[in-house]
Design a protein around this ligand. Structure first.
Ligand code: PRX
Length: 635
């Protein structure tokens, strides 16, 4: 039995037990048998959650692109590595073979080097879902530069914050992007951001929409001519296991976004291993994850995990609703997709359209369906299972986070019996724990608590870029010697996990993590606003939507409310991005506060959710009268 490929439930349990009894041996065997190393490790794991410090495969040397590309060349040179499906269904799909990918990554890597990028330098990538995005990620990894992809839906302010936080020297972008029927002027957003980013010396621009854009002399250059003249081979920079691979920003409940730092070897081993098992990928399969590479799902399960397994991975530029809600299914039929991985919010949006679009296409190629990003509700699960999978495709409800790098809890298809809304069982090597409010681990089944992990796994983030103390405070301080996820979960009678949602002030809207504090800060910058509080409320497509309670300054009281609402949302779109706009804005004279001045969000959440039958204990409030007023005027 190989550790690498789980084939049935009995094997899963055997491997799981082995991975807990002897984690080092377990991961060492996987690492040894399935990857290319330039030098072997001296130790498999050293760790200390009190510092916190975690090191996997210390002393080993490798390059991740050698594992994702070069080693496949002699057996899979002509196999499609990346299958690019454009936004416009009439534009031809592009099949990039492993050989082509090698050449394009090498050329790109040489361009980066030619512009002075060296090992350890940070490169911010602000590109739409076009091949250059995946290729530039790999090109950075080829030369040991640290990529930081910023989702190309973020605003210029959000982009600038990230560029400055990681002190990037270079930005990669495009003239613009296609998104359904819209085009977005990406380069303009970059130009705006760079007014605040003196450290950026070079901007390389891919051409996508052929728009007329401003090119700043001495800073901006078109990418294609540089690629055309670059040398088509570039030997990989051999790095240490724990050398940084990338920084990816994620929202915190407070403060600026956290630059989660992932390192090389552990991330590679774990994403490859989980890709193989969670999707049961077989050599000739076509795998499609609909996420954007701007999120961790795209990093781990469009780029690194699939390519490390020599897979064919689809990269889709468009949106599920363009030209109509049948687009996903048209792509599944066209490319005979075998594994399909998407978010509950997309499933809900598609389910709303009924099954008319599904009926037009042949989905018989599908074998495994996946979901990620937020809890999937029972109705959406059944729709996916019955209508998309025709009750034949196991659904893998994969629970994980930007911080975890890879999937931690998920069924293994054809092995683990699925159960709607349950992420089910931990991956081998993952040791979850449920904790009570007093910091004690809850044993047994049929319990719920705060979800922690009590032993390191290879792809965990190693720190927050530039702020190790924040890393410690956020993830390792709530519970002694444990990684705290910020999620609540329950464990059923057979030990299956169900993730119930965030227990902090992060709200997941359409699968995107949004911290309340940064949105409140954006609102409070509006000249008419004195104070605000954001909470989530249930939404049938987005999962959660945002509800804002806003106190106006005296000077704002005379303003037209609808105009103010528009301005506030515009302010949020400018500071963060359109994804953080509020669905409802209620103006209020006050907010319920405790005597220590803390806003009691529990009450605001209940009012926003129209669940006011039992508001709980309000006796500790400084201003209980305001609650009645807010209830009367609730939207
Ligand atoms: O609350 C959990 C939710 O998404 C959070 C992580 O968000 P992010 O870092 O953006 O990564 C999303 C993609 C991996 C988690 O803390 N979440 C993610 N997957 C699930 C989930 N909640 C329930 N079920 C899931 N399958």
């Amino acid at each position: 039995m190989s550790n690498y490929h789980i084939k049935n439930l009995q094997e899963y349990f055997q491997l799981y037990r082995k991975s807990v009894r002897n984690p080092e041996l377990f991961w060492e065997e996987i690492a040894e048998e399935n990857f290319v190393w330039r030098k072997r490790w001296d130790s498999v794991l050293s760790w200390d959650f009190t510092k916190p410090e975690v090191k996997w495969f210390e002393g080993a040397k490798l390059n991740i692109t050698e594992n994702c590309i070069d080693r496949h060349l002699h057996i899979r040179g002509d196999k499609t590595a990346i299958l690019f499906e454009p936004n416009d269904p009439d534009e031809e799909a592009e099949h990039i073979s492993y050989r082509d990918l090698h050449e394009r990554v090498c050329r790109f890597a040489n361009v980066l080097k030619g512009k002075g990028i060296q090992k350890g330098d940070r490169v911010v990538i602000y590109l739409p879902m076009i091949p250059e995005l995946a290729i530039s990620v790999l090109a950075c990894a080829r030369i040991g530069a640290i990529h930081s992809v910023v989702f190309a839906g973020f605003s210029s302010t959000a982009l600038a914050t990230r560029i400055n936080d990681c002190d990037a020297k270079m930005v990669l972008t495009s003239d613009g992007s296609y998104r359904g029927a819209k085009t977005i002027a990406l380069k303009e957003i970059v130009d705006d951001a760079l007014k605040e980013c003196p450290g950026v010396k070079t901007v390389l621009v891919a051409k996508r929409i052929n728009s007329d854009i401003h090119m700043e002399a001495g800073r901006d250059e078109w990418l294609q001519p540089l690629l055309d003249t670059a040398y088509a081979d570039c030997s990989p920079e051999i790095v240490d296991s724990e050398d940084p691979l990338f920084i990816l920003y994620t929202s915190g409940s407070t403060g600026k976004p956290k630059g989660m730092l992932h390192t090389t070897a552990g991330y590679m081993v774990y994403t490859a291993y989980t890709f193989k098992n969670v999707f049961q990928y077989r050599e000739d399969d076509v795998y499609w994850c609909t996420a954007d590479i701007g999120w961790i799902t795209g990093h781990s399960y469009i780029v690194y995990g699939p390519l490390a397994n020599g897979a064919t991975t689809v990269m889709f530029e468009g949106v599920p609703s363009y030209p109509d809600f049948g687009r996903f299914w048209q792509v599944v039929e066209k490319h005979k997709v075998n594994q399909f991985y998407t978010a509950p919010t997309a499933i809900r949006a598609l389910a709303k359209e009924g099954t008319v679009h599904l009926e037009k296409y042949d989905l018989s190629s599908l074998k495994v369906l996946g979901t990620v990003g937020e809890p999937i509700n029972e109705e959406a699960w059944h729709w996916y299972n019955d209508h998309v999978g025709d009750k034949k495709c196991p659904i893998v409800d994969t629970w994980w986070q930007t911080e975890t790098g890879g999937i931690l809890i998920s069924p293994i298809p054809f092995s683990t019996p699925t159960k709607p809304t349950y992420a089910t069982l931990p991956m081998p090597g993952v040791q979850p724990a449920l904790m009570d409010e007093n910091g004690k681990e809850i044993s047994g089944n049929q319990v719920d608590g705060r979800l922690c992990v009590k032993f390191p796994w290879p792809s965990m983030a190693r720190t927050i870029w530039g702020n190790h103390q924040r890393y410690k405070d956020t993830y390792f301080s709530a519970f002694e010697n444990k990684y705290f996820t910020g999620d609540g979960a329950l464990r059923d009678e057979v030990g299956y996990y169900r993730i119930t949602g965030r227990v902090d002030d992060v709200i997941i809207v359409s699968g995107h993590n949004l911290g309340t504090a940064p949105i409140e800060d954006a609102i409070n910058e509006h000249p008419a606003v004195a104070e605000s509080a954001i909470v989530g409320f249930p939404h049938d497509v987005k999962g959660n939507a945002l509800y804002g309670y806003v106190i106006l300054k005296d000077t704002g009281e005379s303003r037209d409310r609808d105009n103010l609402r528009k301005e506030i949302n515009q302010q949020i779109a400018d500071k963060i991005g359109p994804i953080a706009k509020l669905d409802k804005i209620q103006f209020t004279p006050g907010l319920p506060k405790t005597r220590s001045g803390k806003i009691m969000r529990r009450i605001l959440r209940k009012i926003a959710s129209k669940d006011t039958s039992n508001l709980g204990d309000t006796s500790t409030l400084l201003n209980p009268e305001v609650v009645q007023k807010i209830m009367e005027e609730a939207l």
